[in-house]
Design a protein around this ligand. Structure first.
Ligand code: PEP
Ligand code: MG
Length: 583
């Protein structure tokens, strides 16, 4: 069978068997139970409740071993819901009326979900998500032959599988048993979609945007995933497989050679020291940042804390998570970004309007959402200020669109600091505050913004999407998403120059910072700090150590004269070929 092409988003090669994941696999059969069988049907439901409870307890016990108490909070609330008398009594009534258990459960959960959604209370609305989660778990229990099987299929994957799906939500990626997944392939998504970012964080080879992949593969089929070139090869011939095993060994060798650079500084040949930082989504990723030689954490996407548990109003849980990262980084700098939820980052615990807005990427998200939810925002700021006490912590705010918004943020910051002072709680009064530059209006007013903060971090994932008006997660227009577009390069020039004029350091934490094709261009533009997925740090370091700033500036001078993105890309590629030889 022929190769199928997609977008390479996470490097590496994997050979395994297809396992198709369909998140909509919950079925709700409706049938009538004769009166003499109704007691038995109630028992069947009770068995499912008991099995679901055992699963949850089991998950909680493994979690507490890993000391991840945030998730155990969510499990506790699900356990309570399983025993909720009102829910149970509605289901019993349904069964006694002759409905099968799934039918009665479906009706009861619809009733509560509707009631909670209509309550107008944010907290109660969020509980509706928990009800649908617990309903799915119970339905899977009733459908599964072995009730001890854990309901979440992603937690029980076959060994060495290649996960194939139409789409994977960031929460699916977090839930999957990563030891068993050798690679993944999706029909949707782009290079900077959050699923792709997580694949790189977990170092799982991945290809996204593979059109019609589900029509071309079946469960159990052997496939090769080439995350370097963005190719999926169904049913490979033995010769093909052998060839790819060779590629795999070569790639692994190259990676291990790069790791020998871990202890060397990222310094250009003419002596400019660049800071190379890691982007992380989960506290557990710190170890990988350290082992890949990161100088610190340049972006901790704190909103991932909200994916699985209700931590937004739990200051202590957040404090622990931030301290964990800071202490594991052992005094190296850590930049934590405040919650950047909404858009494509739909988080379980906090319901923004992303599901109902017609244009969520331009909607009620990120800093806008936080400013409108002062309790949530202040809780996070308190946890951050406390965690930063005697630690090397910087905080930055996402999606800032202009100075007025930043000044509103500072009002909240001021309140938090005053409260902590009044309560005599130690905090870091000197904590540097930075902003992400990822909205064109912020880039264009960066001269003003620079006067109001301590550092900039350029979020190219969003900046490019908003500058060229290309959805970063849409595979159909992925070819239009071009980091080397002259419009993007001009934006970068403006931001970096404005920062430097005000004496600010400027970093980049968008995926462009980890793209080896862009490294020399960014050096030539004057970027001070690069933050990226840990696994690419050694390659970018190698690139930086082999060039001079002077030659990077000459390259930038040449490409700024070019008119199209295609010309710029071609010029940079040729320059790289001449400079480093064929890749
Ligand atoms: C960005 O937009 O470049 C960025 C780093 O933030 P995120 O990818 O989380 O939106
Ligand atoms: Mg962003």
């Amino acid at each position: 069978m022929k190769e199928i092409y997609g977008i390479p988003v996470s490097a590496g090669i994997a050979i395994g068997t297809v396992w198709i994941y369909d998140s909509q696999t919950v079925h709700l059969p409706h049938y009538t139970i004769p009166p003499e069988k109704r007691a038995e049907e109630e028992k069947r439901f009770e068995k499912a409740v008991a099995a679901a409870g055992r699963d949850l307890e089991k998950i909680r016990s493994t979690l507490s071993e890993k000391s991840s108490s945030m998730e155990s909070l969510m499990i506790d609330s699900h356990l309570l819901m399983l025993q909720d008398p009102e829910l149970r009594s509605r289901i019993s009534t349904g069964i006694r009326e002759g409905k099968n258990a799934e039918w009665a459960l479906g009706e009861a959960s619809d009733f509560f979900i509707q009631m909670l959604n209509e309550s107008g209370d944010e907290y109660l609305k969020e509980r509706a998500l928990d009800i649908s989660d617990i309903t799915k778990r119970l339905l899977r229990k009733m459908n599964s032959k072995n009730s001890e099987e854990d309901g979440n299929p992603l937690a029980h994957l076959p060994q060495d599988c290649i996960l194939v799906s139409r789409n994977l939500l960031p929460s699916d990626t977090l839930a999957m048993d990563k030891r068993k997944v050798k690679g993944f392939v999706t029909e949707m998504g782009g290079r900077t979609s959050h699923t792709a970012i997580l694949a790189r964080a977990f170092e799982i080879p991945a290809v996204v945007g593979v059109r019609d992949v589900l029509k071309n593969v079946t469960n159990g089929m052997k496939v090769i995933v080439d995350g370097n070139r963005g190719v999926l090869i169904p049913n490979p011939t033995p010769e093909r497989e052998e060839l790819y095993l060779r590629y795999m060994t070569e790639w692994q060798l190259k990676e291990s050679q790069l790791l020998t650079l871990t202890h060397l500084p990222a310094e250009t040949r003419d002596g400019k020291r660049i800071t190379l930082m890691a982007n992380i989504e989960l506290p557990e990723e710190v170890d990988s940042a350290v082992s890949h030689g990161a100088d610190g954490i340049g972006l901790y996407r704190s909103e991932f804390l909200l994916m699985n548990a209700r931590v937004e109003d739990n200051e202590e849980e957040q404090f622990q998570a931030y301290r964990f990262v800071l202490d594991r980084m052992n005094h190296k700098p850590v930049t934590i970004r405040t919650f950047d939820m909404g858009g494509d980052k739909v988080v379980r615990a906090v319901s923004t309007a992303a599901e109902t807005e017609s244009n969520p990427i331009l909607g009620w998200r990120s800093i806008r959402f936080c400013l409108d939810n002062p309790k949530l925002f202040k809780t996070q700021l308190r946890a951050l200020y406390r965690a930063g006490f005697q630690r090397n912590l910087k905080v930055m705010f996402p999606m800032i669109s202009g100075t007025q918004e930043l000044l509103r943020v500072y009002e909240v910051v001021k309140e938090v600091r005053e409260e902590l002072t009044a309560e005599k709680i130690p905090f870091n009064a000197e904590m540097p505050i930075g902003i992400m530059i990822e909205v064109p209006s912020a880039a264009l007013t960066s001269d003003i913004l620079a006067k109001h903060c301590d550092f900039f971090s350029i979020g190219t994932n969003d900046l490019i999407q908003y500058t060229i008006a290309v959805d970063r997660g849409n595979e159909r227009i992925a070819s239009l998403y071009e980091s080397l577009h002259p419009g993007v390069l001009r934006m970068l020039r403006i931001i970096i120059d404005n920062a430097h004029k005000e004496g600010l350091m400027v970093g980049m934490c968008g995926e462009m910072a980890g793209d080896p094709l862009c490294t020399v261009v960014l050096l030539g533009l004057g970027l001070d700090s690069f933050s990226m997925s840990s696994a690419v740090i050694p390659e970018i370091k190698k690139m930086i150590r082999s060039v001079t700033v002077a030659e990077a500036q000459i390259l930038v001078g040449r490409i700024t004269e070019l008119e199209t993105a295609a010309e710029v890309r071609q010029h940079v590629e040729e320059w790289m070929r001449e400079r480093f030889g064929e890749k």
